[in-house]
Design a protein around this ligand. Structure first.
Ligand SMILES: [Ca+2]
Ligand SMILES: [Ca+2]
Length: 140
C-alpha cells in the first residue's frame, strides 16, 4: 500500500518523500504479522528520501524477476535525477523471498538505463502508473 505523501522518519520529516506499507495475506485475511515498511534510503532501499519524491505513488506486485514468489515494484514518479525539480521519475523493484519482500538484489530503474527506452527528461514522471500480473501471484 503506497503512501506517497508520507513523511518518513520520526525526527526529521522529508515532506512528501513517501513510503510503502506491506501486509501479507493469511488464511483469515490480511495480517499485520511480518508487516514491512519501506522508504528510500532506509533498510537497503536505493536512493535517498527527498522532498516531493512521492515514493509509493505506484505499487504493483508480480513475478517480475521470474521466481515463484511475487516481487514488488514501487514508483517514485517525481524523483529528481539530473537537476532539482526535474520530476523525471524512477521505479524500484524489490524481490520477493520466503521471508517477505527484500532489498537484496533490488533494482532502481530509470529511462535510458538497464534496457529501458527513452531518456531522462524534465517532467517525465516515469512510473506514474504501474501494473503487474496479479493473477497467479504467490506469497509464501
Ligand atoms: Ca529520492
Ligand atoms: Ca523521457
Amino acid at each position: 500500500m503506497g503512501a506517497p505523501n508520507d513523511c518518513p522518519g520520526s525526527a526529521l520529516c522529508t515532506v512528501d518523500a513517501g513510503a510503502v506499507d506491506v501486509l501479507y495475506g493469511s488464511a483469515s485475511g490480511l495480517s499485520s504479522a511480518n508487516a514491512q515498511y519501506f522508504s528510500q534510503g532506509q533498510n537497503g532501499v536505493a536512493d535517498q528520501e527527498e522532498t516531493g519524491d512521492l515514493f509509493g505513488f505506484g505499487v504493483a506486485a508480480g513475478r517480475f524477476e521470474g521466481a515463484r514468489i511475487s516481487d514488488l515494484a514501487i514508483s517514485a514518479p517525481t524523483e529528481d535525477l539530473r537537476v532539482p525539480d526535474d520530476d523525471a521519475g524512477a521505479v524500484h523493484v524489490l524481490r520477493g523471498s520466503p521471508s517477505g519482500i527484500t532489498t537484496d538484489g533490488d533494482r532502481f530503474l530509470t529511462q535510458g538505463h538497464a534496457g529501458l527506452q527513452g531518456s531522462i527528461q524534465k517532467g517525465d514522471e516515469f512510473g506514474a502508473a504501474l501494473s503487474g500480473p496479479y493473477s497467479g501471484t504467490v506469497f509464501d
